[in-house]
Design a protein around this ligand. Structure first.
Ligand code: GAR
Length: 192
């Protein structure tokens, strides 16, 4: 049977992308077709290469070229898109092509600490500045706005006395690595 093919979009280090690639390396019905990254220096490209997954560089200008991106996604037979630390806003034409088939992970308990400028360590600093006593992860569908799509999954962790943005980020990353791969699977396989 033909496997369901996912494309991972990423901008940076790519630890989540790596976990997802490893999780689906021998999966019965889902496979990672490729990684698409938008920053030349993104380490995710090296992680993908080491794991034998094709990686395509598409920067902001590249995403504006609709026909090329559509050809890439069709050519790779992509069924679902997974945003794993992808810091560009997904263009509307892709959202329209993949309605309810794009998932994003955000490193806080949305709707808290989401929206414009909220990525990476800025999110964790915002949590610390707010005095929140818990943080966590949110996996949600991507709509045309930032961090507002329907929530599919959340998991919590405590904010501890003496936390810095880095220590909190480590705790949140651990939750991401533990949950993101299986939440993708649960979501995809539960759809008609
Ligand atoms: C992850 O913590 C992810 O939640 C966050 O970027 C990090 C990427 O880490 N995404 C956002 O902040 C999106 N607004 P990784 O490159 O090691 O997977």
């Amino acid at each position: 049977m033909k496997k369901i093919r996912i494309a991972i979009f990423a901008s940076g280090n790519g630890t989540n992308a790596q976990r997802i690639i490893e999780y689906y390396a021998h999966h019965a019905s889902i496979e990672v077709a490729c990684v698409i990254y938008n920053r030349r220096e993104a380490f995710v490209a090296q992680r993908a290469a080491a794991l034998g997954v094709e990686a395509f560089y598409v920067n902001r200008a590249g995403f504006a070229d609709q026909e090329s991106v559509k050809a890439l996604l069709h050519g790779q037979h992509i069924d679902y898109i997974i945003l794993a630390g992808f810091l560009l806003q997904v263009p509307d034409y892709i959202i329209n092509m993949y309605e309810a088939r794009i998932l994003n992970i955000h490193p806080s308990l949305l709707p808290r600490h989401g929206g414009l400028g909220m990525y990476g360590s800025r999110v964790h600093q915002s949590v610390l500045d707010s005095g929140d006593t818990k943080s966590g992860i949110t996996i949600h569908l991507v709509d045309g706005q930032l961090d507002t799509g329907a929530i599919v999954f959340q998991a919590e962790c405590p904010v501890l006395d003496g936390d810095t943005a880095d220590t909190l980020a480590d705790r949140v990353h651990e939750l991401e690595h533990r949950h993101f791969p299986h939440v993708i699977e649960d979501y995809i396989l539960s759809r008609p």
